[in-house]
Design a protein around this ligand. Structure first.
Ligand SMILES: NC(=O)c1ccc[n+]([C@@H]2O[C@H](COP(=O)([O-])OP(=O)(O)OC[C@H]3O[C@@H](n4cnc5c(N)ncnc54)[C@H](OP(=O)(O)O)[C@@H]3O)[C@@H](O)[C@H]2O)c1
Length: 329
């Protein structure tokens, strides 16, 4: 039986709990494939799973995004064959590995024009930007010229969203934690950038929108920004919280939504959007098209050997990374 070097945790904790172990990799069962990774994506959800903020049975292999070659195909899998180039964002975790067996449902053929590192970097983050900007919309929709607020705009999801929003004609107001990161967001299509370490983002949004406020805010920072972001919204605006980089959002008093102007709140996850093979492929086709068109470039600013996954987590948590990061098995 084959084995694979794989990053595993036996207990929740800091980056030091991540260990490189050699695990057996079996044959795919019905509806599964075996993939040999060329690159694996790093995502903030990997940190939540490592710390136990999101709980999974232990021991746990980490990683939810990867790209590589399909090595074996189980019964009933028709959209992939041995030798295909492929990429995915998927549950269950296990992408920090040389090879794995996994459900085929979330795995898509990777167009030849897209290299493996790009494929590994863009699936989870790009599909997230896709469902946020195209499906997580205020009741009245978004029209070209509308302002939207996007927190952590220089991160992995953030730089993709900056470019995609511009391609859709939206004026994205990005926040980021340094002047350098703000510059990066602007270079990638943000119409405005706010250094929220130095500036009051609520005041700046009011200025930028001439006091009107926004139809929607996309917030993955969570605890430090979510409730304050309500003050950036116009009546009937939508506050979408899709992450917890600064910690979980505390429970929201429902009356606050009335007081701030009959606001809407949603807490979406990519995994609802990619629950079926059909929805996954449709979203991936949209992502592949925008990347192939050049309108969205996948910027990989950090590359780590798989054995250095702990270092990758330290840098991601310390806000030292920009754009996407990949692990190379
Ligand atoms: N719900 C979903 O479907 C879904 C899917 C994918 C990703 N996400 C979420 O989207 C966010 C972005 O993911 P990503 O993988 O692309 O990560 P990332 O944006 O590259 O990294 C997270 C960024 O959050 C910002 N941040 C603000 N406060 C922080 C703090 N206290 N500690 C650490 N970082 C802080 C940092 O940027 P600044 O220094 O500029 O503030 C940091 O670079 C994450 O929250 C992730 O969980 C959600």
């Amino acid at each position: 039986m084959q084995t694979s070097r794989t990053v595993q945790i036996a207990a929740y904790g800091g980056p030091e709990v991540m260990k490189l172990v050699e695990l057996p990799v079996g044959e795919p069962g019905p509806g599964e494939i075996r993939i040999r990774h060329e690159a694996c994506g790093l995502n903030f959800i990997d940190v939540y799973q490592r710390t136990g903020l999101y709980q999974n049975p232990l021991p746990l292999t980490l990683g939810m995004e990867g790209a590589g070659i399909v090595e074996a195909v189980g019964e009933g899998v028709t959209h992939l064959k041995v030798g295909d180039r492929a990429a995915y964002a998927s549950n269950p975790p296990g992408a920090y590995s040389q090879a794995r067996v996994m459900p085929a449902r979330s795995v898509c053929r990777l167009p030849d024009a897209i290299d493996f590192e790009t494929g590994a970097a863009m699936m989870l983050k790009g599909l997230t930007a896709q469902y946020l900007l195209k499906k997580t919309l205020p009741a009245e929709g978004l029209q070209p010229g509308d302002h939207v607020l996007f927190h952590a705009a220089a991160g992995g999801v953030g730089l993709i969203a900056c470019q995609w929003a511009k391609a859709l004609g939206l004026q994205l107001i990005g926040t980021a934690g340094s002047d350098e990161k703000c510059r990066l967001a602007l270079e990638h299509g943000a119409a405005f950038a706010i250094n929220y370490q130095k500036e009051d983002f609520v005041e700046r949004v009011k200025q930028i929108t001439g006091g009107q406020g926004l139809k929607v805010v996309y917030d993955s920072v969570g605890k430090d920004t979510f409730v304050r972001s309500f003050d950036c919204l116009r009546p009937f605006g939508l506050a979408a919280n899709f992450g917890n980089a600064s910690g979980k959002v505390p429970p929201v008093e429902m009356g606050l939504l009335a007081a701030k102007g009959s606001l809407y709140v949603t807490r979406p996850t990519l995994f609802t959007h990619i629950a079926t093979r059909e929805s996954t492929q449709a979203m991936a086709d949209d992502l592949f098209a925008v990347v192939r068109s050049g309108a969205v470039k996948i910027r990989i600013d950090q590359r780590y050997a798989l054995k250095d996954a702990a270092q990758a987590h330290r840098e991601l948590e310390a806000r030292k990374t920009t754009g996407c990061s990949v692990l190379l098995p």
